[in-house]
Design a protein around this ligand. Structure first.
Ligand SMILES: [Zn+2]
Length: 437
C-alpha cells in the first residue's frame, strides 16, 4: 500500500509506503522509492495533501455491548470510531452484564477481535456490579486474554475512600490505572445540570462544581499516598484544573482527560439553543459548565495539565433521549465529531498545532492505556495506524450519516471544520473517502 501526498503532523508532503502493516518508508512526495519497497506495494491511496496523524486512541468509549445492542454494538461503535479517525478505543465497563470479571472482559475483547473496525481494549470495573461495595477481580481481568490495564466504574463514582485506596494499591502490581468518574453522589443527588445562574433560573436541581472537585482532590491525595496511577475522567470545571495542576506540580502520577463537548459547549444551551429550551440533547454527565470553565479547560489542554481528549461517546436510542428533561438519559455520541470539535476549539483558536493534537488524541491516551501498538510516531517500523484528515473543508453535521447506531449528537445542524478522509489500521483501510470500508 502506498499512501501518497500527505503531510505528517501538517509538515512537508510525503509518500508513505506500507508493507505487512508496518510503515516501510517515508519519502518526499513524488520521489522514487527505495530499492525493494515498491515491489510489494499493491494499492495506492491519494492523500491529496491531507494531514496525517497517528491513528486516534479513545480512553473513554461506551460500546454498550453486551446488553444494550439497541444503542450500539461493538461493530457499529467501532465503525463510528473508524469514521472519526480512531484505531483503538477503550470500552467502558458499564455494560449489562458489567465487565467486572475475566469472563466478561474477554467476551468484549473477542467481540472486538471478530467485529471491530478498530482495536477494542476492554476497561474493567473497579467494584463488583459498579455497586461500590466490593472490589472486582482486578487481577484476574489483568491476567485475562483482554490484558486489562484501565479500571473504572465510569457512570458511577468510587466514592468510598477505602475502596478507592485499595483499588489504587491493587493495580500497582500490574501497572494498571484507576480512571475515576469524579462525582460525589450526595452532593449530586437528583442533579440535572450545572449549578449556577441558569439552573437557578430554570428551576433545575444544580450539579455543583465542588462535587467533582472534592473527589478529584481526595483521589490525587490517595494516589500520592499509595504511589499509584490515577486518571481523572472528563474534567469539567476550572477548579478541577487547578487541583490537577497542583497534583502534577508535586510530581504525582495523575493524568486527566477532557471531552470535546466540554471544550465547546456551555450550560446556557439548556436555556436557549437552536434546538429549543430544555432540550435533553444537552443533558450529559458531567454537565455542560460555564464559558469560564470552557476557557480554563482549553488552557489546561494546551499547557498539558489535561493530558488527553477522550470522547465519552455515550450512545442512547431515541426513546431514552427524546423525552422530558428530567427523564432523559445523560450522554452524547462523540466519536465521529471529536477531531472536528478539537480543531474548532483548539487548532483554529491557535491553542494547539497538529503535533499537539496527535499527542493528546493518540500518543498520551495510548501511553496511559498501555497500548504499545498505538500512538507511535509515523516513522519507519511503526504500525501503520494512520488517519488522513482534511482540515480545510467545512461541513454541516448530519447525524443520519453517522455509522453509530445512535444519533444523540449536540452538533446536529452546526457547521464544523475538517473531515476524516481515511483511516488505516495496521495498513488496512477501515475508512476511505469518509466511508467505512
Ligand atoms: Zn463518566
Amino acid at each position: 500500500m502506498l499512501i501518497k501526498n500527505v503531510r505528517i503532523l501538517g509538515g512537508e508532503p510525503v509518500d508513505i509506503a506500507v508493507v505487512d502493516g508496518l510503515i516501510a518508508e517515508v519519502r518526499p512526495a513524488g520521489s522514487a522509492p527505495a530499492e525493494g519497497v515498491d515491489g510489494v506495494v499493491d494499492g495506492v491511496v491519494d492523500g491529496r495533501g491531507a494531514i496525517a496523524l497517528p491513528g486516534l486512541v479513545d480512553l473513554h468509549t461506551h460500546l454498550r455491548e453486551p446488553g444494550r445492542e439497541d444503542a450500539e454494538t461493538v461493530q457499529t461503535g467501532t465503525q463510528s470510531a473508524a469514521r472519526g479517525g480512531y484505531t483503538a478505543v477503550h470500552a467502558m465497563a458499564n455494560t449489562m452484564p458489567v465487565a467486572d470479571t475475566a469472563g466478561v472482559v474477554e467476551q468484549v475483547w473477542r467481540l472486538g477481535q471478530e467485529f471491530g473496525h478498530c482495536d477494542v481494549q476492554p476497561v474493567g470495573a473497579v467494584t463488583v456490579g459498579l455497586e461500590g461495595r466490593q472490589l472486582a477481580e482486578l487481577g484476574a481481568m489483568a491476567d485475562s486474554a483482554a490484558r486489562v490495564r484501565v479500571f473504572s466504574d465510569d457512570g458511577k463514582c468510587v466514592d468510598d475512600a477505602v475502596l478507592m485506596r485499595r483499588a489504587l494499591e491493587y493495580v500497582k502490581a500490574f501497572d494498571g490505572v484507576v480512571a475515576q468518574h469524579a462525582q460525589e453522589p450526595k452532593l449530586t443527588k437528583d442533579a440535572q445540570m450545572n449549578e449556577g445562574v441558569i439552573s437557578g433560573r430554570l428551576g433545575l436541581a444544580g450539579w455543583p462544581a465542588v462535587a467533582e472537585e472534592a473527589i478529584i482532590a481526595r483521589d490525587c491525595l490517595l494516589a500520592a499516598h499509595v504511589g499509584s496511577r490515577l486518571h481523572v475522567c472528563h474534567v469539567s470545571t476550572a477548579g478541577s484544573v487547578e487541583i490537577i495542576r497542583w497534583a502534577k506540580s508535586k510530581g504525582w502520577n495523575v493524568t486527566a482527560e477532557v471531552t470535546p463537548h466540554h471544550l465547546l459547549l456551555t450550560d446556557d444551551l439548556v436555556e436557549e439553543s437552536p434546538n429549543g429550551a430544555y432540550n435533553p440533547i444537552y443533558k450529559v454527565n458531567p454537565p455542560l459548565r460555564t464559558a469560564h470553565d470552557v476557557q480554563a479547560l482549553r488552557a489546561a489542554l494546551a499547557d498539558g495539565t489535561i493530558d488527553v481528549v477522550a470522547t465519552d461517546h455515550a450512545p442512547h436510542p431515541v426513546e431514552d433521549k427524546e423525552t422530558e428533561w428530567a427523564a432523559a438519559a445523560m450522554g452524547m455520541v462523540g466519536l465521529e465529531t471529536a477531531l472536528s470539535v478539537v480543531q474548532e476549539a483548539m487548532v483554529d483558536t491557535g491553542l494547539l498545532d497538529w503535533a499537539g493534537v496527535a499527542e493528546r488524541m493518540s500518543v498520551a491516551p495510548a501511553r496511559i492505556g498501555r497500548l504499545s501498538g498505538h500512538g507511535r510516531p509515523l516513522e519507519v517500523g511503526a504500525p501503520a495506524n494512520i488517519v488522513l484528515y482534511d482540515p480545510s473543508s467545512r461541513t454541516e453535521v448530519d447525524p443520519s450519516s453517522f455509522a453509530s447506531k445512535s444519533r444523540n449528537t449536540p452538533y446536529e445542524g452546526m457547521t464544523l471544520p475538517g473531515r476524516v478522509l481515511a483511516t488505516f489500521l495496521r495498513g488496512k483501510p477501515t475508512v476511505l473517502e469518509g466511508k467505512v470500508t
